[in-house]
Ligand binder design. Structure first.
Ligand code: SAH
Length: 220
């Protein structure tokens, strides 16, 4: 077993399984995605460590546990259509794709989107790569073109639930996003049952801000 594979195995056991992540499909996907290819310029041990890590443009790749926790909450079944806001490194995108989701991922920094596309092309088997689209734009308005979505995941901190996400969520769909202030947020789940939206709250977390028309203003 290579160093990266071993580091991934330890990450899954110690950071995920031992801390209560139960979904075997999520655990298997996180074992398979080579996280070090999404965080260039660090050694293998750091890439798989129990931390969020800096990427370009002052952004971060989330801590493995948070990626697993949010993915578990999303209950991905093969071929569900997922809207992801905040592509960042593309690591979370890769995990969703390996679970069989069709992913449209929106990133506001074109440079990050480019890098993420390169990494995703490298790690995803052909047909899964074809199921992933990285789009540059302001994700606070969602991505109406391909709506409705079975799932929506936002990996940047929102001051409230942007209205577009409720509109673009399919009946029976689920939205997961961190809601709070700039320092601290609560992972929030919104389930759509017909035209009713049921909200519940999970872990406390800390994400970089969602910046755009329906979130934090520019320059804030
Ligand atoms: N899930 C990512 C981490 C994302 S960090 C990973 O696995 O690496 C949050 C990302 O959200 C950053 O890349 C940031 O540029 C992006 N972002 C912030 N506001 C956004 C917006 N309005 N639309 C799209 N992306 C946004």
């Amino acid at each position: 077993m290579g160093r990266a594979e071993l580091a991934a195995k330890q990450m899954v056991q110690q950071q995920l399984r031992d801390r209560g992540i139960r979904d075997e499909r999520v655990l298997a996907a996180m074992q398979r995605v080579p996280r070090h290819l999404f965080v260039p310029d660090v050694d293998i041990e750091t890439a798989y460590s129990d931390h969020a890590l800096p990427t370009a443009e002052g952004q971060t790749i989330s801590q493995p546990y948070i990626v697993a926790y949010m993915t578990e909450l999303l209950r991905i079944e093969p071929s569900v259509k997922v809207l992801e806001i905040g592509t960042g490194s593309g690591y979370q995108t890769a995990v969703l794709a390996l679970l069989g989701a069709q992913v449209i991922s929106v990133e506001r920094h074109a440079g990050l989107a480019d890098r993420a596309r390169v990494a995703l092309n490298q790690v995803l088997p052909g047909e899964m790569g074809a199921g992933v689209q990285v789009v540059v734009g302001d994700g606070t308005v969602g991505y109406p073109l391909a709506s409705p979505y079975d799932r929506i995941i936002v990996t940047a901190a929102a001051p409230r639930v942007p209205g577009a996400y409720r509109k673009q969520l399919a009946e029976g769909g689920r939205l997961v996003l961190p809601v709070g202030d700039r320092e601290k947020q609560v992972l929030t789940v919104v389930d759509r049952k017909k035209d009713e939206f049921v909200e519940s709250q999970g872990l406390t977390c800390r994400f970089v801000p969602l910046v755009g028309e329906d979130a934090w203003g520019f320059g804030e």
